[in-house]
Write a protein that binds this ligand. Sequence first.
Ligand code: PNS
Length: 161
Amino acid sequence: MVIAVYPGSFDPITNGHLDLVERGARLCDRLIVAVLENESKQPLFTVAERMEMLREAVRDYANVEVGSFDGLLVDYARQKGATAIVRGIRAISDYEHELQMALMNRRLCPSVETVFLMSSEAYSFISSRIVKELIRLGGNLTGLVPPSVEVRLRNRVLKGV
Ligand code: PNS
């Protein structure tokens, strides 16, 4: 039984993240999409809201579940019995930071392997940050985030609810 953790901020989930969920779910028996709880960045959505959006978005995948974690990712992975961490690489600019994290996680816990997946090129330019900027500036989000996430983004950014 291969269990993998796909960690991130997911503030909010994008179609790029979802593409990785689909690819990751095919490679393991159980994929846990895990939201980091205590981030230094000021998130737009609470952890509970982000988990709710994730649950809605992954509900068609039988082997995918949503969780959250605080502290070291490798401790969470160990606690869940995971042997792999899934991360996405969109462009070469992601690589340096991802490599640093992967090597640090390997040093902390050699039995957990980081697996990098490439999202579809159709999503290679999408990030949560750029999606939030787009909505603030009145851009069209069709195809970039799930429809329910678009509604929540509009409500939060444009109406403050
Ligand atoms: O979506 P993000 O913001 O790129 O995700 C970053 C995340 C959550 C994967 C990373 O910040 C993380 O794993 N934080 C947990 C703290 C930790 O384990 N640090 C040691 C390894 S560098």
